[in-house]
Write a protein that binds this ligand. Sequence first.
Ligand code: 1PZ
Length: 211
Amino acid sequence: MADTFSLQRVLETFRSSLSEEKEVYIKYYIAGWQELVAFMNSLGSVFSFISKDVVSKIQILENFLSGENRSHYVTIQSMVRYELENDLVDLTKRGSHPESGCRTLLRLHRALRWLELFLERLRTSSEDSKTSVMCSDAYNESLAQHHPWLIRKAVGVAFCALPGRDTFFDVMNAGDQTQVVALLGESLPLIAEVYQITEDLYVKNNLLELP
Ligand code: 1PZ
């Protein structure tokens, strides 16, 4: 992973994460998140409490990917099957498996919905749209429902420190604004597809409220 963020690479990693059978490869799913962490870091240190949490979740999943049971952690589908069949998930309250792959990925999955909503707003925004408003509208529609008051407050403060729309487009490193908008139009259906496949899997297995 290079230090500078590129929207193109995010697109490529999410594209690689889908198998022909529409399963999601964990390796590429986390690679996509690593790119997004690089993006957040380039926006400044106000966001470091957010990126730290993402980094720690990526690390938990990476440990499964390189651990002795790695053959079960190739796709999200195989992970869910393996962890459920072997009682490796705390289903109703935190107990002996507080850091299961299923609950860890669920946190990233919820955040992916935020990303989808935010990028869609950015894509269709006009010159005078405010990034802080786009971010917080997307947040209130998604992640906020899963966060306690204190985190919602801290996130609200971080949103005020967001750079403006022009800087956002620049940091994406994908050419001028028209090109970025086109690339967003290409990326969003992919992100939405990965999100929906994961969502359906979690619904089917009743995993959406994992503690
Ligand atoms: C580009 C600007 C970035 C705005 C990010 C908006 C989302 C705010 C999310 C705030 C997370 C706050 C810190 C940690 C919270 C954790 O408690 C929760 C639940 O995990 P648990 O405690 O149950 O283990 N973590 C999350 O909800 C995951 C949050 C991930 C946020 C990802 C942001 C995506 C940024 C992409 C950049 C374009």
